[in-house]
Design a protein around this ligand. Structure first.
Ligand code: KG4
Ligand code: ZN
Length: 346
């Protein structure tokens, strides 16, 4: 079979990234230019600045990847781009850039869903085994999904309020830690102990998640201690908070592993860089005799390689986009899968 080389672009948030991916699995080259340091000055991503920086950086990123690996855009099989969900202005930069490349080099254009990208990061240098359970935990998402084949997806449950990564970032802010909060809380937690009592988010037996109660509990605790003039034991609070988040995720995953027969469990999204979460879910999967897979760290946070991986099954089904492709800031993943199914049947 002929190799399929996809050139992928990702600009949904604050990383401008491009990658060259072979057969949806092998990353031939990748460039990620992060704006993190700029946004750290504001305590979070500023959408207007993000889109402007993507515009400034995108041609440099292209130049960089062209220098990194000996290839020409005219030799690739398709151009893939993240079109949703994310920051609208940021997504538009990537979408318009991809359209121009597709037009100039006469290559098929593949619109990729960012969440699907996080899932397919697990296909890089690996073969996902179906049916599988996937936990997607990022700054914008907390979803537990059942996958029967590459794009045959059933959402079992999602967060009913904040996403796990979002809560990490907000709690970090209250503790005076820089953005992005996740890795910084993770670092402190390693030196702390679970000594603060925090509420268990959802004691029910659905697959839904909730984190806003936990977030409010931490914020209130910090404010109350400050008002009383007490010192916060930041390491311990970071550890207690992290344990509570991981506990909530673990409980819902365990419920699914008990109720649904799967061969594999995969972890996806920025929060999957969390070592404690990776260890906890690995041990849980061992208990249920289920394979556990998580992408290498560089493919956990936003990158274009995962977009190239997610584009490959769409390329095989010839699900291509026209130049009227538009960016969408939010999208219901179940609706998206139904749309794809309809496109596949026509
Ligand atoms: O997937 P991602 O890069 O962007 C979105 O699509 O949202 O995820 C970013 C999120 C941020 O909230 C960040 O704080 C969190 O992932 N994160 C972590 C860790 N590394 C990144 N959260 C917990 N522990 C980490 N080590
Ligand atoms: Zn992401």
């Amino acid at each position: 079979m002929k190799d399929v080389i996809i050139f992928a672009i990702e600009t949904s948030c604050d990383e401008t990234s491009m990658a060259l991916v072979k057969n949806g699995q092998e990353v031939l080259a990748m460039t990620v230019l992060s704006q993190m340091d700029t946004h750290a000055n504001f305590g979070g991503v500023v959408p207007e600045i993000a889109s402007r920086m993507h515009t400034e950086n995108i041609t440099m990123v292209l130049e960089d990847i062209l220098n990194q690996y000996d290839f020409k855009i005219q030799d690739v099989d398709a151009i893939a781009v993240t079109y949703a969900p994310g920051l609208l202005g940021s997504l538009l930069v990537g979408v318009e850039f991809a359209k121009v490349l597709s037009l100039v080099y006469n290559k098929p254009l593949i619109a990729v869903n960012h969440t699907m990208g996080h899932i397919f990061a697990n296909q890089i240098d690996n073969n996902m085994t179906y049916p599988l359970l996937s936990l997607i935990v990022s700054g914008g998402h907390t979803d537990l999904v059942l996958m029967k084949s590459p794009y045959d997806i059933e959402i079992l449950g999602s967060t009913i309020d904040d996403a796990a990564g979002e809560v990490y970032d907000k709690v970090a802010r209250v503790l005076g830690l820089p953005y992005p909060g996740g890795p910084n809380i993770d670092k402190l937690a390693k030196h702390g102990e679970n000594t603060y009592t925090l509420p268990t988010p959802m004691k029910d037996s659905t697959y839904q998640f909730s984190f806003s109660g936990l977030k409010s509990a931490v914020i209130n605790l910090v404010h109350n201690e400050e008002q009383r003039g007490n010192q916060i034991r930041k390491n311990d609070l970071a550890c207690s908070f992290q344990e509570a988040v991981i506990d909530e995720l673990k409980r819902k995953v365990e419920l699914a592993l008990k109720n649904i027969g799967v061969k594999e469990m995969i972890l996806a999204g920025g929060v999957s860089a969390n070592v404690k979460l990776r260890e906890t879910l690995k041990n849980l999967c061992d208990k249920y005799n289920v394979n556990f897979h998580v992408p290498p760290f560089q493919y956990c946070t936003d990158n274009a390689a995962m977009i190239g991986a997610a584009a490959y099954p769409l390329y095989q089904k010839k699900i291509f986009s026209n130049f009227d492709l538009n960016a969408e800031s939010s999208i219901n993943i179940q609706k998206y899968i139904e749309q794809l199914r309809n496109q596949d049947e026509t």
